[in-house]
Design a protein around this ligand. Structure first.
Ligand code: DGL
Length: 267
């Protein structure tokens, strides 16, 4: 069987979705990726569902016009609000981060006491909570927005006293409730994995939806031989704005050099 050489299309509200690209490159090193970061309109996390769906539709259209074989919504907020709409409207398979994150949480959680942290939009949508409840109705599910974490990660305050303080404050109710698993339901949180792990303690397992999502893609696209097309493993980066300090922030998310992004305008 030969593999479809068209690239995977990944989009996010900004550069945080490069955590998903990093995992995709690890788990599917042969795949070429086109990444769109909507840096002109980030953040999505505090915007209304209607606005996020409109933005996500434009992001997806941009990728489909570039001939991708599938769309990956790396952004948790966009996955929460727009997955259903994009699946209906676009002619290629659309993957989000929520379902894989939920499946990973169900595998990890021994006692069915599951916490979720994410942006205000992701938590308010109820998408993670509903999916977990559908699969495991007896689970204790606790979800809280943790909006200060995105700016802390962008400032690279990954191991900073202020970050530890804020994490202690955010995680206290989860620990009081005795959760055994915590879902890191935001593109940025994998970079805080160590700090979150230290604040949550050894009894809490951490699940990140970036690696869970990449594992699902690896199942879907991992078989067969790659034929031709773009050179293997190439990542092409498109942004709607070039923010100051982009390279160093993006490099942290991707775990390496990012190359030159191309600027685009979406319609
Ligand atoms: N990418 C967003 C998410 O995963 C975080 C940043 C934002 O609010 O746009 O929810």
């Amino acid at each position: 069987m030969s593999r479809d050489a068209r690239p995977l299309g990944v989009f996010d509200s900004g550069v945080g979705g490069l955590t998903v690209v990093r995992e995709l490159r690890r788990q599917l090193p042969d795949e070429s990726i086109i990444y769109l970061g909507d840096t002109a309109r980030v953040p999505y996390g505090n915007k209304s569902a209607e606005t996020v769906v409109r933005f996500a539709r434009e992001d997806a259209r941009f990728l489909v016009e570039r001939g991708v074989k599938a769309i990956v919504i790396a952004c948790n907020t966009a996955s929460a609000h727009a997955l259903g709409a994009l699946r209906e409207e676009f002619p290629v398979p659309v993957f989000g981060v929520i379902e894989p994150g939920v499946q990973a949480a169900l595998r990890e959680s021994v006692g069915g006491r599951i916490g979720i942290i994410g942006t205000a939009g992701t938590i308010a949508s109820g998408a993670y909570q509903e999916a977990l409840r559908r699969e495991r109705p007896d689970a204790l599910i606790m979800a809280e927005p943790t909006p200060l974490l995105v700016p802390l990660v962008e400032e690279a305050w990954l191991d900073h006293a202020a970050t530890r303080l804020i994490l202690d404050e955010y995680l206290a109710p989860f620990l009081t409730a005795g959760i055994d698993t915590l879902v890191l339901a935001c593109t940025h949180y994998p970079l805080l994995r160590e700090a979150i792990g230290a604040a949550a303690g050894p009894a809490v397992r951490l699940v990140d939806s970036a690696s869970a999502c990449a594992a699902q893609l690896a199942m879907a696209f991992g078989g067969g031989e790659l034929v031709s097309g773009l050179p293997p493993g190439r990542v092409e980066l498109f942004l709607t704005d070039l923010p100051r300090g982009f390279s160093s922030v993006a490099g942290r998310f991707l775990g390496g050099g990012v190359g030159n992004p191309k600027l685009v305008t979406l319609e």
